[in-house]
Design a protein around this ligand. Sequence first.
Ligand code: IPE
Ligand code: IPE
Ligand code: MG
Length: 266
Amino acid sequence: MSVGNQRRLEPVLRQPATAEEAELFAALDLGRLPRHVAIIMDGNGRWAKRRGYAARIFGHRAGTEAVRAATRTAAELRLSGLTLYAFSKENWSRPAREVNALMDLLDEYLVKEVPELMENDVRLVASGNLGDLREKTRRILDSTMEKTAGNGGLVLNLALSYGARAEIARAVRRAMEMARSGELSPEELTPEVFGQMLDHPELGDPDLLVRTSGEMRVSNFLLWQIAYSEFVVMDVLWPDFRRPDFFRALLDYQRRDRRFGGVGPE
Ligand code: IPE
Ligand code: IPE
Ligand code: MG
C-alpha cells in the first residue's frame, strides 16, 4: 500500500503563525507539496560551540526542539512522510560520552514525545540497523512505535544507526536468501522489486532532501532512494530550524523544475 495514494486533507497551520510564517505559508503552492521529505539534521555541535558550550550534547538537546517543530510542521502540511537522519552508523565512532548522551536523549525523546505524536496523529517508524541500539533504547522505541501504530497521519521515520550502504547490503542479502529458497529468481530482481526490500518502501522516495548547516554532502543517507530527490542545503544550524525554515525549504523545492530525465515543461 502506498501512503502517498491516500486521500490527503487540506494543510492547516494549527500552531499560531507569526507574520513571517503566514507570509511564507501564503506563498506555498499547497497543491504541489512534496509527499515525503527527508532531513539530514546537521549542525548541533557547531550550535553548541557558538553558544560557548564545551559539550556538543547541548546542541543535541536543543536539536530535539527542532525535531518537534519539523514534525508538527510536516503534520500540519499533511505530508505523508518525514524521514529524519538522527544517528548514522558512522556516528558510533564519536566519543563514548557523546554517544551515550545521545542515546539517553533519544530514550527521553521517545518517552516524552508520545502525547505530542498522538495529538498530531503521527505514526513513528524507524530505519537502520536497529539491532545495534542498546536493549533499553530498542524497548522504548518499540513501545513508542506500538503506541502510535494506529495513527493515520504523518509517518515519522527516524533513521537510527542508519547507513545507506548497510541498508542496501541488507536488502541484497534478503534477495539472495529469497533466490536460494526459490521465492525469487535473479531475472525477477528489477529496481522496483529491489526497492521494496529496503527499509519502509511504503514511504516512497523522498521528493525533497534537506541538509542543514551548509554541508554539501550526503553522508551515507538514503543513497538508493534519493536518485531523483531535490536537494536543498540550508545554512541554518539544526537546533535553530523552525517552521519558517521548513517553509523556505519547500518554497525552494517548488521553484525547481523536476524532470526525471525527461525534457520538462516546454
Ligand atoms: C548532527 O549534528 C547530529 C548528529 C550527527 C547526531 P553534529 O553533531 O554532526 O553537528 P556538527 O556537524 O558537528 O556541527
Ligand atoms: C550526518 O551528519 C548524520 C546525521 C545527521 C545523523 P554527520 O555530521 O555525522 O556527517 P559528516 O560527518 O559531517 O559527514
Ligand atoms: Mg555534523
